[in-house]
Design a protein. Sequence first.
Length: 233
Amino acid sequence: MTAPTVTGAMRILLVEDSRQLSNWLAKTLRRDNYAVDCVHDGDDADYALKSQDYAMVILDLSLPKLDGIEVLRRLRARGNNVPVLILTANNSVAGRVTGLDSGADDYLAKPFDIHELEARVRAQLRRATHQKSPVVEFGSLAFDSNSRRFTIRGDELDLTPRERAVLEMLITRLEKPVGKQALAQAVFGFDEDVNPSAIEIYVHRVRKKLEASDIGIVTMRGLGYVLRRSDGA
């Protein structure tokens, strides 16, 4: 398993045995402010999916050790509903049917256009969080899931990647408390041994940057953090 570039963002597991293609895709996705963990065989993919939570999986089917369909079947058998986008050179009808029937959410044949892949990733992430629009608004705070930028009353909010990851988790789970462990997994990489208490630092920093708005981060003891409007709406 290769360690991700730690960007502090919504995390994607990229499972692709071609290291050249994997490096290129990971670089593109990280440029889009996603955190990417890369694995190159089915065994590592199965282990990562058992031990970590991801916002999305991009899965090649032709993998060494354990093929992509078996990785997918095991994932769904565990009751994990994370969105899965299959990448494969097999563009036959039978191949697409097998992938979709095994629990995939989308299917993209190689070779593909990178802009289409990026759009499909955005669409799956919106669907997973029940967003019909790419822009989520909460009081004066807005989040554009296409550009991955936050604004307050139209002005861009200056956030570090890890601060953005915290706020993104909270705004895509409105009204639901997000625990420290879930935030830590979004902020820190797969290979980082980090105490979840470290997340308090980033929550504090985001709180400070939201002070000029009508939005605050409320601590719910024993449950985690949730965004709230100061006007009570």
